[in-house]
Design a protein. Structure first.
Length: 228
């Protein structure tokens, strides 16, 4: 008997949802979430949010930006011509401060401007400033003076909850055994969870079948080999 023809799935990836109702609090991120909730009662105008790739820094920063009416900028866009406009925002998020070389002169002036006006500034990075390769001692000193809060890599409980939520968001009915099977084998990040669920959705649709444990493990193996 001929195999059932595979459907061609449309790649309708869901946009990341960064609302407060979509953020799942667990021991690995509760301290960071509490400090965001505490705003504007911060101990310092500048706060650093530090954590590994895929830990949820961008999501938490988006929640704070909505709450504070903050402008969101990438670290690469912080240049001297941009400083006056950025510093004039009611509040500001600067993302990925350790992704690449930054304009240290512009960063120094931005920090001073935000501190002098008392406006709140949230910086996100994977590492502490000492690991950024900064050549400006005064900038490093300013950054060291700002408090930092860590957001850890997702623990198993958080990843389980995120996987379930991602399946529900896509209106996929998946047995709990599927979630429990992929949990110990997947990369420990929220981004990986979203990528995996998207891949499972597409594969199940192309085969015209539901997501089962064998299918989930096969897709996980494919992603692990870099073919997904």
């Amino acid at each position: 008997m001929a195999d059932k023809p595979r459907q061609l799935p449309l790649d309708l990836a869901l946009a990341p949802r960064y609302g407060a109702e979509d953020f799942l609090v667990s021991p690995c991120n509760e301290a960071a979430y509490a400090l965001v909730e505490r705003w504007p009662d911060w101990p310092h105008p500048v706060l650093r949010l530090v954590g590994p790739e895929g830990a949820g820094k961008t999501h938490l920063a988006a929640i704070w930006a909505e709450r504070a009416g903050a402008t969101v900028a990438d670290a690469a866009t912080v240049t001297m011509p941009a400083v006056p406009e950025l510093a004039g925002a009611p509040a500001l998020v600067v993302e990925d401060c350790d992704r690449s070389a930054i304009d240290e002169h512009a960063f120094f002036h931005l920090l001073n401007a935000m501190r002098s006006t008392g406006r709140s500034l949230l910086l996100t990075a994977r590492t502490v400033p000492e690991a950024w390769g900064l050549a400006t001692p005064d900038l490093l000193s300013r950054l060291r003076q700002s408090p930092a809060v860590d957001i850890g890599a997702p623990d198993e409980a958080l990843l389980r909850a995120v996987l379930v939520k991602l399946f529900v968001d896509r209106q996929l009915v998946v047995d709990t055994s599927v979630v429990e099977s992929i949990l110990p084998r997947m990369e420990r990040s929220l981004a990986a969870a979203q990528h995996l669920v998207g891949a499972l959705d597409r594969e199940a649709l192309s085969r015209g079948r539901r997501i089962t444990r064998p299918l989930a493990l096969a897709v996980l193996d494919t992603l692990a080999m870099g073919d997904g």
